[in-house]
Design a protein around this ligand. Structure first.
Ligand code: SF4
Ligand code: SF4
Length: 67
């Protein structure tokens, strides 16, 4: 089973272009004028958003699941 991840934004780099939200297949990222938002419940850990960011503002860390 692939590792579940949490996507983290570096707010110093992100300029809210919306590119990552545009490529996310499950709409797990929302980009508003007020900021970048990650919706963990929708994320399938595909990492497409991380590759898509033109300024390398996104990274992943393992999601700690408490079950
Ligand atoms: S890892 Fe995939 S599903 Fe999760 S936010 Fe990025 S593009 Fe969307
Ligand atoms: S693609 Fe990168 S710079 Fe653009 S909104 Fe997403 S994280 Fe920010």
């Amino acid at each position: 089973m692939p590792e579940k991840i949490k996507v983290i934004v570096n707010e110093d780099r992100c300029y809210l272009c919306g590119g990552c939200a545009g490529v996310c297949p499950t709409l797990a990222i929302e980009v508003h004028s007020s900021g970048w938002e990650f919706l963990q419940d929708k994320c399938i850990s595909c990492r497409i958003c991380i590759s898509a960011c033109p300024v390398g503002a996104l990274s992943a860390e393992p999601l700690e699941v408490s079950e």
